[in-house]
Design a protein around this ligand. Structure first.
Ligand code: ATP
Ligand code: MG
Length: 177
């Protein structure tokens, strides 16, 4: 699986519609301070269902909206679409996860154009082996935090990454009945 394309419009510093096209393999994004590298990671986190203000480096949801520049007016809607592709496998070969926000409609998530609840996004992510995203994103200053993790926290992260957490959850649900 790889990210084929990331579409951004009105999201944080990405006022104009932009499509970043990626290839399989390693991608490095470089640029001067304040050029939007971390905003791109914020976009990835957000489209994958993360709504944590601290992780997204915002104070309120409205901070996701492009605030305007000399040439581009402020955005009334922020949208991010993630195009992922699986090469050489049967079944679903590509998928488009999209998340948008506007003060009028609130946050809307679609998967291949079909409106999806945030809680149902987990199943889609599991199908695409994207459920370990909490572990995969290591933001600026988070390396030290990862090192300081207690064994139980580290184990929980690894279980999430390898998809074992779902079995633990199912077992707990069964034993609670
Ligand atoms: P560094 O190398 O310092 O980590 P960076 O490339 O990661 O920099 P970002 O943190 O992604 O930079 O981008 C910061 C810039 O994004 C700031 O200039 C900030 O003003 C701008 N920005 C953040 N939110 C918005 C918004 N809602 N509207 C417009 N610009 C925004
Ligand atoms: Mg940064």
């Amino acid at each position: 699986m790889y990210i084929e394309r990331l579409h951004l419009k009105g999201f944080k510093s990405f006022g104009a519609s932009q499509d970043l096209v990626f290839s399989p393999g390693l991608t490095a994004i470089v640029g001067p301070n304040g050029s939007g590298k971390s905003n791109l990671l914020d976009a990835l986190r957000w489209v994958l269902g993360d709504g944590g203000f601290q992780r997204l480096r915002i104070v309120r949801q409205g901070d996701l909206l492009f605030s305007g520049s000399v040439s581009i007016p402020p955005a009334t809607r922020a949208e991010v679409a993630l195009f992922i592709r699986q090469d050489g496998t049967a079944g679903a070969e590509s998928c488009v996860l999209k998340r948008s926000f506007s003060p009028e409609t609130g946050a809307v998530i679609t998967v291949d154009g079909i409106r999806t609840r945030l809680s149902d996004l987990d199943a889609v992510k599991r199908l695409w082996k994207l459920e370990g995203d909490q572990f995969a994103f290591i933001g600026q200053g988070e390396v030290a935090e990862a090192i300081r993790q207690r064994p139980a926290q580290r184990r929980a992260h690894l279980e999430l990454l390898f998809g074992i957490d779902q079995y633990r959850r199912k077992r707990n649900e069964t034993s609670a009945k």
